[in-house]
Write a protein of this length. Structure first.
Length: 248
């Protein structure tokens, strides 16, 4: 529905990202639908993941650093017994181990044991650049690059469903920069059988929630007035101190 003469929007647009789309893919789709150049996002989601992608339009692109720094909430699924090279279901299975008999209380205990301040080593299959080269490119070339562990905080890691003997659903609250697939991998190491992340959905980013998000298909059908109504104004998306420093 958006026409060539559509207005230049300023604000935050919440998109419910579909699976098999990169965050860059979503930004490109939004840019094409709205026919505007100044479009960005505040926090990457892996292609396999779904859920909240915070898309920034116009002047809101200057709030990227602030909006990326807030805590995130995810739900997801961990599959025990198989280790993959990407730490999620998109990778190749590198190792298969037997899964021990576990009670629901034991599984809850393992998750609780991963709550708190900690250092996490980013996975090789990530967009982090070392000497200007993304790690995933080195990984695809069969190289293992030394990575510096990063400080993260896991505020909550709770079991929401235990499907014995090898599948669990969870909810996690964590700080910026946390790789949830690495949490899944590390959980498998603690249990002793290995694991990988088989599903992930971002529910919230700071005060922004996926409940208010629109799909790309819905956006495609919206009029300019409907898009404007769906936007979160700059002053609602970020504190005035962040806006003041970003827009000056």
């Amino acid at each position: 529905m958006i026409r060539a003469a559509a207005p230049e929007f300023d604000g935050v647009l919440l998109i419910d990202k579909p699976t098999e789309h990169t965050s860059h893919d979503v930004v490109a789709r939004v840019r094409g639908i709205l026919r505007m150049k100044r479009v960005g996002h505040a926090g990457t989601l892996d292609p396999m993941a779904t859920g909240l992608l915070v898309v920034l339009l116009g002047k809101a692109t200057k709030l990227s650093q602030y909006l990326m720094s807030v805590d995130k909430t995810y739900t997801g699924t961990v599959s025990l017994g198989k280790v993959t090279n990407t730490q999620d279901a998109e990778g190749d299975v590198m190792e298969t181990r037997p899964v021990p008999e576990l009670s629901e209380d034991q599984v809850r205990g393992f998750l609780r044991g991963m709550v708190g301040d900690q250092y996490q080593t980013p996975p090789m299959f990530s967009a982090i650049k070392i000497k200007g080269v993304p790690l995933y490119k080195s990984a695809r070339a069969g190289e293992e690059i030394e990575r510096e562990a990063r400080f993260i905080r896991v505020k909550r890691f709770e079991l929401t469903r235990w499907a014995a003997p090898d599948t669990l659903d969870f909810v996690v609250d964590c700080t910026k920069g946390t790789y949830v697939r690495t949490l899944a991998h590390d959980l498998g190491q603690k249990i002793g059988c290995g694991a990988h992340l088989s599903a992930l959905r971002r529910i919230s980013s700071g005060q922004l929630n996926v409940d208010k998000a629109v799909t790309l298909e819905a956006l495609q059908k919206m009029t300019p007035a409907e898009v404007q109504a769906a936007l979160i104004p700059l002053y609602d998306a970020a504190p005035s101190v962040a806006i003041g420093s970003s827009l000056t």
